[in-house]
Design a protein around this ligand. Structure first.
Ligand SMILES: [Zn+2]
Ligand SMILES: [Zn+2]
Length: 133
């Protein structure tokens, strides 16, 4: 009897949910006792991380060009050193780990009218002024 891929997926999902604890234990045992498996799992994680990072870079460049592609203060235009300054809520410093998350860019995009594109230099100076001013 041939099952469709959807039926099979659902079956697998249900099976997983029913046997979650047991499967997790077995997987963890397998993971820790099998070097090849562990290597593959790590490679998989790295690949997916890299894909995420590539997507992040593309999206980031897209937003930079949407914002004019250069520092609003001095005109510096190398995207590597361009940063997003949030005019309203920039003080709430985001954790560095969040920088790579899709959510970070989605947030920039959503608030694009409140975002100022600055080079790292001008950004640091501006924040220094905001803090002291
Ligand atoms: Zn600048
Ligand atoms: Zn800022």
């Amino acid at each position: 009897m041939a099952r469709t891929i959807f039926e099979r997926r659902r079956y697998e999902k249900e099976y997983y949910q029913k046997n979650r604890e047991r499967l997790r234990k077995r997987q963890s045992f397998y993971y820790h006792s099998n070097l090849e498996y562990r290597k593959k799992a790590i490679e998989r994680a790295i690949r997916s991380r890299r894909r995420c990072w590539e997507n992040f870079k593309i999206k980031r460049l897209e937003l930079i060009s949407k914002l004019g592609g250069k520092c609003e203060k001095c005109g510096f235009d190398n995207p590597i050193a361009l940063q997003f300054h949030h005019k309203l809520m920039d003080g709430r410093a985001k954790k560095r780990s969040q920088m790579y998350e899709k959510a970070f860019l989605a947030d920039i995009e959503k608030n694009i009218l409140d975002i100022q594109l600055l080079c790292a230099n001008c950004h640091i100076i501006l924040h220094g002024e905001l803090k002291n001013g």
